[in-house]
Design a protein around this ligand. Sequence first.
Ligand SMILES: [Fe+2]
Ligand SMILES: [Fe+2]
Length: 181
Amino acid sequence: MKRLLPGMLSPQERIKQMIRVDQAGEYGAIRIYEGQLDVLKDHPSSLVIQNMKAQEQEHLATFNRLLVEWNIKQTFFTPLWHIGGYALGAITAKLGVKAAMACTVAVEEVIDQHYANQMHELEMENLEPELVTTIKRFRDEEIVHKDQSLEAGAADAPGFALLRKSIKAITRAAIWLSTRA
Ligand SMILES: [Fe+2]
Ligand SMILES: [Fe+2]
């Protein structure tokens, strides 16, 4: 496992960094779904999006609680995720419901890997087994979101390959930024 800033952070600082980036990610996820739902509110697929959003709200509530418990300041970039997440959701939904689903596939693929990396890192260092359990459960739910989006036709979205690649890059950039401040 490649460690970020190797040797520069204490385990406690590293865990705080993880919780900060995860809280940011869950917040961004909700904003994506809000953007999608504003555009697709009358579409039959809005139900599945609403259910995914409800799970993200539970994920966010958990990380919000952990921010307080660990005395962590949320990422400096929160206002950007507020606007950018919503825009990403609304724009992809405007391209069509399959493009909206393609957005979820791309984001969840990155998050799946992101959470797997965190689990692995914490387990290797024997740190915070409770946090590992939480991340594992959330990761499993994100994978379900990805599968549901594929079932809803994400891969048939026009320009799927490019859309997926671009949104994965955006998601990785958001993680990178939220890890730093
Ligand atoms: Fe989530
Ligand atoms: Fe999700």
